[in-house]
Every structure is written in C-alpha cells, then in structure tokens.
Design a protein around this ligand. Structure first.
Ligand code: AMP
Length: 163
C-alpha cells in the first residue's frame, strides 16, 4: 500500500448533529464505506480552542457566529483512516452549504441551511460536520484534537477486501 494514499482525516460532528440525534446515522455512513475509526471522543470546546481549530477563519465576518455555534454543545471528534480518506470523507459529507449538497451526501440528506440565511442571521451555517480540507490540515487537526495515546491501531474484519 503506498503510504501517501493511506490517510487519516479529522471529522467533527458539530453540536447540531449531536443535538439532532444523528451521531449513529452519520457514523454508519463512514463505516459503510469501509473507513476505519481510529480515534473518537465527545468534547465540549471553549472559545480558546475554537480559535485554534478555526485559526484560518478568526478574522472573517462569520467567525463570531461560528465560535458561538461550535462552543454551544459537545462535538464528537473522530479520526478516520482509509485510502484517500481526506477526499473520500469530503465526498461523503458533501459541500459546505447544505442547500447545494446533493442527495446521497450527508449534508444533502440531513440538512438544508444556506449561506444567505446564515449570513442574514449572523450565525454559522448549520452543516453538521467539519472534515479536514487536505492531508496537511488533517495531520495538524488530528494533532490538535487527539493525544497519541487516544489513537488506536487495530484490524477490522473488512480489511481483506476493503484495503
Ligand atoms: P470550513 O473550514 O470551510 O469548513 O469553514 C468552517 C465553517 O464555517 C463551515 O463549516 C461553516 O459551518 C462555517 N461557515 C463558512 N462560511 C460561512 C459563511 N459565509 N457564513 C456562515 N458560516 C460559514
């Protein structure tokens, strides 16, 4: 297996996903695709941690609403592993704006919020999930959210066929 194609990515189920009871449904989408969960924990982040995670967005107009949203309840942090995991997870999740997400994607099936609506109300777009944008971000984000000892190496029964 070429190691660069075998990746880990960070997925956060945001407070809307947790509070709507969608954790199991969303996790099953990743499991069904043969991806492996190698880290998982429920975390209630504070403003300081939000600024670290969203450091690329702190100066943007929507950041205040985003911080309010991400600190409003527990978040399920997951480190997910697989072939091209970064891109595959983003494909399963769908585009940032749920209004534009096609049916079959997680955001397309379980949300319908829009940028227009979020911006008029000065709130973050409610899109259920954060998924790392690229391999470099994924490595940094996993290091921010997980200690080494919280990451697990194990074999799944699917590996003979999926990997
Ligand atoms: P990203 O790192 O691109 O996923 O963006 C971070 C999060 O900020 C998104 O997942 C949305 O929840 C939120 N967001 C991004 N752009 C906007 C916007 N224009 N208005 C409201 N929320 C936004």
């Amino acid at each position: 297996m070429p190691q660069s194609l075998f990746q880990r990515t960070l997925v956060l189920l945001k407070p809307d996903a947790i509070q709507r009871g969608l954790m199991g449904t969303i996790i099953s989408r990743f499991e069904s695709a043969g991806l492996k969960t190698v880290g998982m924990k429920l975390v209630w982040v504070d403003k300081e941690f939000s600024k670290k995670h969203y450091s690329a967005h702190v100066d943007k107009k929507f950041y205040i609403g985003l911080e309010e949203f991400i600190t409003s309840g527990p978040v399920l942090a997951m480190a997910i592993e697989g072939i091209h995991a970064v891109d595959v997870v983003r494909k399963l999740v769908g585009p940032t704006e749920p209004k534009e997400a096609t049916p079959g994607t997680i955001r397309g099936d379980f949300a319908h919020h829009s940028y227009d609506y979020a911006d008029k109300k000065n709130i973050a777009i409610k899109n259920l999930i954060h998924a790392s944008g690229n391999k470099e971000d994924a490595e940094k984000e996993i290091a921010l959210w997980f200690d080494e000892k919280e990451m697990h190496t194990y074999k799944t029964v699917h590996e003979m066929h999926v990997f």
